[in-house]
Design a protein around this ligand. Structure first.
Ligand SMILES: Cc1cc2nc3c(=O)[nH]c(=O)nc-3n(C[C@H](O)[C@H](O)[C@H](O)COP(=O)(O)OP(=O)(O)OC[C@H]3O[C@@H](n4cnc5c(N)ncnc54)[C@H](O)[C@@H]3O)c2cc1C
Length: 444
């Protein structure tokens, strides 16, 4: 089915990033339309890792809208009040809300925009097509729908990072953390030895979750480093989540940006919160007291090869000590890859741009390094073949390389970023034309 209407805005993905965009468009008085295309059948937020006891890492006041509009109807505080839970929540004195509670908040806001979202549609291709009024974007979905739009805002989150060694084994027993709960459900009632690869917050939460499951016989945590490391939660390091830091970071040369990101990595990556580290250390100690080997930690280890054994039902992992080079073998029924997400960049595991941009890659303004040249307002200039409507493309939550650490992996910047995008979207057409001309010149 082709939706011939030309939408003012097509949002791809309806997670927190484009949800915040929807709120901001409404609150800043956008009068054009916006249509969102979301792969999931209904609103969800990281539901594959909605684990018991997991909390969020973000001050809940920095929600979808509050930093910009304290009297918004869509704040977390309003959500609690609407549910009759504000007093209970305040009484709890919790530093951070449970992930389950925050997912409930996001869903509650998303319900207000239900009519603007087409759920169960996975965008598979983006191109530019001619219409009598000029060129527009065409978005195709996995079940044959097509949408036309003047502006596209990609808010899909990043692609899971699957280390090369696991790529051929991916499936029912080897899967990324983004498929954790649904994949594990298929093994219910089966006695399992589970390997968890990675040293991230997700990895430690999954290890703890597995240890709480009676059918899990053994959990082995495999990581290249010394063990689960503490996240850098210093308020000074956490400045990366402030809008001022984005202004500071954005104009830096690419090499300096890469250095800073590497320096500040433990603010968000391959590091965990104190509470889960304490919980795991205590569980580990108790197993030791009991003489139990239910939890195995394999620090300084990487998976060098994955084979099949036990009549093809077991994943035989060849582990290599990264310092001594010695090898050992572990047979796992299930392997969970808590290996994070792919960055956009030039590194060996990176992708140059979001896969959806492949169909318009030859029209994108590129940096000297050949990466999409993202402007401060999160737009990427798209070349037009002839005059008419400006083609406007925004990346909402995919700009860590250009805008800094807070961009891809954080709820904290949602409201500031969607405000930047909407303010840019609402620029007068004359301003847009001027801006386009400048960009066209840059493209030449
Ligand atoms: C388990 C987990 C917990 C986290 N907890 C926190 C936290 O506590 N604090 C924090 O600051 N950050 C956290 N994060 C980081 C997280 O990335 C952000 O919080 C937030 O989810 C980013 O929102 P987003 O909309 O950019 O991406 P996502 O949340 O990933 O949403 C993207 C949406 O786009 C949809 N989509 C993807 N591809 C397509 C397509 N081709 N077509 C249509 N739809 C598509 C997806 O189904 C999804 O609904 C967490 C991440 C994970 C994995």
């Amino acid at each position: 089915m082709t939706d011939q209407k030309i939408h003012n805005i097509l949002g791809v993905g309806f997670g927190p990033a484009n949800l915040s965009l929807a709120v901001t468009l409404q609150e800043l008085g956008w009068t054009g339309g916006a249509r969102y295309i979301e792969r999931a059948d209904d609103f969800q937020w990281q539901d594959e890792q909605l684990l018991d006891g997991a909390d969020i890492q973000n001050n809940p006041f920095r929600d979808l809208t509050m930093p910009r509009n304290t009297s918004s109807a869509y704040t977390f505080v309003n959500y609690l009040a609407a549910q009759g839970r504000l007093t209970d929540y305040l009484h709890l004195n919790a530093k951070f809300p449970l992930r389950r509670e925050y997912a409930g908040y996001l869903r509650w806001v998303a319900d207000s925009f239900h009519d603007a979202v087409d759920y169960g549609q996975s965008a598979t291709g983006l191109s530019v097509v001619d219409t009598p009024d000029g060129e527009v974007f065409r978005l195709e979905t996995d079940n044959g729908r097509q949408y036309l739009g003047e502006t596209v805002v990609i808010g899909t989150g990043r692609s899971p990072r699957i280390p090369e060694v696991f790529r051929r084994s991916l499936g029912g027993t080897v899967f990324h953390a983004t498929r954790y709960l649904s994949s594990l459900r298929r093994h219910e009632g089966r006695s399992l030895r589970v390997a968890v690869v990675g040293g991230s917050q997700s990895a430690i939460e999954i290890v703890l979750d597995l240890l709480g499951r009676s059918n899990v016989e053994q959990v082995v945590s495999i990581q290249r480093g010394i063990g689960f490391r503490l996240k850098d939660t210093s308020p000074y390091s956490r400045q990366v989540f402030l809008p001022d830091f984005i202004d500071y970071f954005y104009p830096l040369p690419p090499e300096t940006k890469r250095r800073l990101r590497a320096e500040l990595r433990s603010v968000n990556y391959a590091a965990c919160d104190q509470d889960v580290i304490d919980r795991l250390a205590s569980v580990q100690h108790e197993y030791r007291l009991m003489g139990s080997d239910r939890l195995l930690l394999k620090p300084f280890s990487e998976v060098a090869a994955v084979g099949r054994d036990g009549g093809g039902s077991v994943n035989r992992l060849v582990l290599r000590d990264v310092n001594h080079g010695t090898r050992s073998v572990y047979d796992a029924d299930v392997v969970v890859l808590a290996t994070g997400f792919r960055d956009f960049g030039l590194g060996p595991d990176d992708e140059p741009y979001h896969p959806l941009l492949a169909g318009i890659a030859d029209r994108l303004a590129l940096t000297d390094e050949g990466l999409p040249d993202v402007a401060r307002d999160y737009s990427v200039p798209v070349e037009r073949s002839y005059g008419g409507r400006p083609l406007r493309l925004y990346l909402n939550g995919l700009c860590e390389a250009s805008h800094g650490m807070g961009d891809a992996g954080a709820l904290a910047v949602l409201s500031a970023r969607s405000t930047d995008i909407v303010e840019s979207l609402m620029l007068e057409p004359e301003a847009l034309v001027g801006e386009e001309r400048l960009r066209d010149e840059a493209l030449r």
